[in-house]
Design a protein around this ligand. Structure first.
Ligand code: ZN
Length: 447
C-alpha cells in the first residue's frame, strides 16, 4: 500500500510552489502578450470598451476627480535626462493635473529647494525625493538635518507636515514604519523587473529588434503588456491597513531611460547606446551575420535602430493616482493623500475618471479613507455603493479577502461586520481579466 510520507508531502508542496510561483508563468505571459496578434486583440478590446463608456455625473459631488502622477523623476535624478518641458508636455497630453516628483538625492541639489514646484500651465508640481525606501514630499528643506534609520527619516519629514509613502515594497523588509501617510500599491518599475525574460531581451539587440514592429504599431499596449495584478504589494498593504490607515498610491517611477539606439561608428561597427547616451555594446558585423546585413551600405553616424520604450506620456497613461479634491491646490493634494481620498487607475485600459466608492447609512455618507463606526443590529444596515464609467467586474475586499463580486456599472453590498473594505474593478481585455481600478479602503471599525 502506498502511504503518504512526510517526504511525499514536502515533494508535493514543492511542486505546488513551483507551479504557483508567480514569476515562472509571468515570463511567458509578458513576452507572449507582446506578440502582434495579442496586442491587436488588446487594442480591439480597449476600443470596444471606449464605445461603452458613459460619463458618470459628478456635478453634485463635493469632490472632483484630478489625475495625478506620483513618483516621477526629472533630470535632477542621476538616471533621467528629462527636462521639465518634456515632462509637462507629456502631462498635458495625458490630462494630468498633479505631478509629484521623486528625485534621487545628490550632494549638488536640495530636492525641496531646487525641485520643481507650483502651478505651471494648469499643472500643479510638488517637489519630492525617493530616499531610504520612501517617497518623501517635504514642506521644507530637511537636507542638513540629522536622523537615524528609516523611522528617523520618516519622522523628520512628517514633523513639518510632509508626506511619506513606502516605496519599492519588493526591496524592503522594514515596512512597518509608524505615522506615515501611505504606501505604493503598484510600482511600474517593479512590474517590469518581474518580467525576467523581457528584461533579458532588453540586453539582447537581436531580440529587441524583433519588438520593433510591435512597438511601432502598439506602443501603449506593448508597455501595458507588463501589467500584472500587484498581488504582493496589495497583500502587504492590506496587512498595514489592519493596524492603521495607509493611503495607497500608484508609482509611475517614470524616468524615460529605457531606450536603445544603434549607431554605426567610424570602423563600421554597430554601437548600442542606452537612453542616457551610455554605450552598452559594440557589435562587430564581421562576427554577427545579422549585424552585417543591418550595417551594409551604412555610413558612420547612421542610426540603424531606435527603440524608445518609456517616454513620459506612455508611462503616465499606464497608471495614475486619482485624487478627490475640491480644487487644484497643494492644500487639497495634502488633504486627499492624508485622508485616503484617492484611487489607482490603469488608464491605458480605459479612463476611470468618475469612479466613486462610498459607504452610507441613513443620511450619512463616507468616502474612501473614512473611518466608519460599525453598530450591529442597527437598521438600515451600513451599505457600500460604487459607480464606474464602464461595466466591469467589481470585487469587494475585506481584510484582504474577496467577500462580494458583481458585474455592471454600479455595485452595492452590505457591510455585515467591521473590517477594512476596499474595491477593485476588473475589465475583460483580449480574453484575460485585467485589474483596472484599485480603490482606497473604507475602515469600518467595531466598538
Ligand atoms: Zn524611482
Amino acid at each position: 500500500m502506498f502511504a503518504l510520507s512526510y517526504y511525499h508531502v514536502r515533494l508535493a508542496l514543492l511542486a505546488i510552489f513551483l507551479f504557483a510561483y508567480p514569476t515562472a508563468p509571468s515570463w511567458a505571459d509578458s513576452l507572449s502578450r507582446m506578440q502582434i496578434s495579442f496586442l491587436r486583440a488588446t487594442r480591439s478590446s480597449i476600443n470596444e470598451l471606449q464605445d461603452q463608456r458613459q460619463e458618470v455625473p459628478t456635478a453634485d459631488r463635493e469632490f472632483q476627480d484630478f489625475r495625478a502622477q506620483i513618483h516621477v523623476h526629472t533630470h535632477l535624478s542621476h538616471d533621467s535626462n528629462a527636462t521639465i518641458e518634456e515632462i509637462l508636455e507629456a502631462a498635458k497630453k495625458c490630462d494630468t493635473q498633479v505631478l509629484l516628483f521623486s528625485d534621487h538625492p545628490a550632494p549638488e541639489y536640495d530636492c525641496f529647494v531646487d525641485g520643481y514646484q507650483g502651478l505651471q500651465d494648469g499643472i500643479l508640481m510638488v517637489p519630492g525625493a525617493e530616499q531610504g525606501g520612501f517617497l518623501l514630499f517635504p514642506k521644507c528643506s530637511y537636507r542638513d538635518a540629522a536622523y537615524e534609520g528609516s523611522q528617523g527619516l520618516a519622522d523628520l519629514v512628517l514633523k513639518d507636515d510632509g508626506l511619506v509613502f513606502l516605496s519599492h515594497l519588493e526591496e524592503r523588509l522594514d515596512w512597518e514604519i509608524r505615522g506615515i501617510t501611505g504606501s505604493e500599491i503598484y510600482n511600474t518599475h517593479a512590474d517590469v523587473m518581474s518580467e525576467r525574460r523581457f528584461m533579458a531581451s532588453l540586453r539582447n539587440p537581436l531580440l529587441l529588434m524583433s519588438l520593433l514592429p510591435a512597438l511601432q504599431q502598439y506602443p501603449q499596449e506593448l508597455f501595458g503588456a507588463i501589467l500584472d495584478y500587484p498581488a504582493d504589494y496589495l497583500q502587504r498593504w492590506d496587512q498595514l491597513c489592519q493596524t492603521t490607515p495607509h493611503t495607497g498610491v500608484a508609482a509611475n517611477d517614470s524616468h524615460h531611460n529605457q531606450a536603445i539606439r544603434a549607431v554605426v561608428d567610424a570602423e563600421g561597427k554597430l554601437v548600442i547606446e542606452d537612453a542616457l547616451g551610455k554605450q552598452v555594446a559594440t557589435l562587430d558585423p564581421e562576427k554577427i551575420a545579422l549585424i552585417k546585413t543591418l550595417t551594409a551600405k551604412r555610413q558612420a553616424g547612421d542610426v540603424v535602430l531606435e527603440l524608445d520604450l518609456d517616454p513620459y506620456d506612455r508611462s503616465f497613461r499606464h497608471v495614475s493616482t486619482h485624487l478627490l479634491m475640491r480644487q487644484l491646490n497643494q492644500t487639497e493634494v495634502w488633504d486627499a493623500l492624508q485622508s485616503g481620498r484617492a484611487y489607482v487607475g490603469f488608464e491605458w485600459l480605459a479612463d476611470p475618471t468618475g469612479f466613486w466608492f462610498e459607504a452610507q447609512q441613513e443620511d450619512q455618507r463616507w468616502q474612501m479613507g473614512s473611518q466608519v463606526p460599525f453598530q450591529s443590529n442597527t437598521m438600515p444596515e451600513l451599505q457600500f455603493s460604487a459607480v464606474a464609467p464602464l461595466p466591469c467586474l467589481f470585487k469587494l475586499i475585506r481584510d484582504g479577502q474577496v467577500v462580494a463580486e458583481d458585474r455592471g456599472r454600479r455595485f452595492e453590498s452590505e457591510a455585515d461586520q467591521p473590517g477594512v473594505y476596499r474595491l477593485e474593478a476588473w475589465l475583460p481585455i483580449a480574453g484575460e481579466l485585467k485589474p483596472w481600478i484599485l480603490s482606497n479602503p473604507i475602515y469600518v471599525r467595531g466598538r
